[in-house]
Design a protein around this ligand. Sequence first.
Ligand code: HEM
Length: 128
Amino acid sequence: MEEKTVYEVIGGEPVVAALCDHFYELMASTPQFSELRAMHPDDLQGSRDKLYMFLSGWFGGPDLFVEKFGHPRLRARHMPFAIGVKERDQWVACMYMAMDRVGIDETLRQKLLQNFFNTADFMRNREG
Ligand code: HEM
């Protein structure tokens, strides 16, 4: 029996798209995420589309980001932004809420939270 990808389990393209919509809506509307919001461009559409393309591949679906932009080099791409514990925790908390909004099963949500945390922590490029 073939193991299903996370992409398939959560519901594929529409759910990954909804996840990214919620992520940036929550970022823009939740005071707790104001510093994270301020690091992003005024118009969040481009950020949303890049995250969508990235997560599609990251979850085991079509590798849209790599097809368009090449190797993600996520740490290098985040170097222009000062990312410490506060920014990391805001990003992860925002994603945790977004996963709730799209109704990802709680067990899987905890597992993905851990993966997101590890990736976000790897992006830290300053103390504090
Ligand atoms: C650790 C906290 C994080 C902060 C503060 C942060 C912040 C940002 C900012 C400000 C941008 C630029 C947006 C734009 O140019 O429109 C960006 C881009 C991006 N972020 Fe993050 N991010 C974080 C973590 C993550 C994580 C964990 C992922 C993936 C799981 C991720 C995926 C991306 C992607 C794919 C892009 C687009 C890269 C590009 O092509 O320029 N980020 N991030």
